[in-house]
Design a protein around this ligand. Sequence first.
Ligand code: PLP
Length: 378
Amino acid sequence: MRVLYLDNNATTPVLPAVWEAMRPFVSDVFGNPASAHQAGRRARQALEDARECTAALLGAHPDEVVFTSGATEANNLALLGLAGDPPAHLVASPIEHPSVVEPLRHLAAHGFLVDWLPVDGQGVVPIEALSRLLRPETRLVAVMLANHETGAVQLVRDLVECSAGRAFHCDAVQATGKLPVCFHDLGVSTLTLSAHKFHGPKGIGALLVRRGVKLQAQVHGGHQQRGRRPGTEPVPLAVGLATALELALREREARQEKVLQLRQRFLEWLRAEAAPVALNGPETGGVPHTIDVSFPGCRAEALLMSLDLAGVCCSTGSACSSGSLLPSPVLQAMGVPDELLHSALRFSLSPLLSEDEVDEAARRVVAVVERLRRHGEE
Ligand code: PLP
């Protein structure tokens, strides 16, 4: 049975062109970019080219790009590095990825006061809510650009304006390569991206850090990346990140168009054949790759397991605790009612999927939902 992969918000396959670009730097050009000899200089050139390319594609200066091992590290570096010393007041949205929520909880346990913003039914932070929470001692605001579970896009530029010069961190992992992202236009202090979400390799991401922003390093022991993230830079991965980003942005409109069509097809099929279904998140205007739907009458755990057996890879936004799923904090913050909360699945699309594959996935989902509704959770 053909496996249908609809979990592209979790990760994506590396495109052949990306792997081809990386390959010479895995074997032939293997020098340490910190070495002064010619092998090192060649590696350094490739690294700095990748940095320049990444910066240019995202509207940043090359010296504002800090390569990290991925978005989890970049988010930790931003939040812990911007927070400074306690006491201080921090504000964040409650729909952030755990790699933002957990460092903030860590800060809350170490003398910081953290306030969580409300979101509306579509998962969007109202600007007025931020102005209500800000205090003179607020040092940092963190709101993501596109949500990993619903695709909802936040009004980051307006939120930055409302923050009136305070440090602002934006996790743009699910937006990079899919929406036009211009670091300087957004006006944020720091911004996170991760290569494996846009058909680049796993193990590399970046934190963009605006010139003049004070960021405390979280790792010590080297001068690399101006001391902000010491450690030998992974040249092949940096080349992979830059190449994947360039491809994603060059083909952005065509990819977006294709994914929009796939989304409509998939949703229409589910609404016609598996009713009732409820879409969690915006119908339009979000990142179209992300489709979070609830199937009342089914449990998410049972759906996930049966779909896996039926060869469909998707996910829930829920954390697993001793074998049972806790409801998604993102959907909870949006006020999604219990019945929908416990029957929600996330399907995430990629332009690599064909219409036939999406139709087949929808057919399998309908069959599983029908069976579970008819027989309960076997
Ligand atoms: N932020 C968001 C919004 C994500 O969706 C993810 C991954 O799912 C991450 C951060 C963490 O990314 P990484 O796997 O690069 O650590």
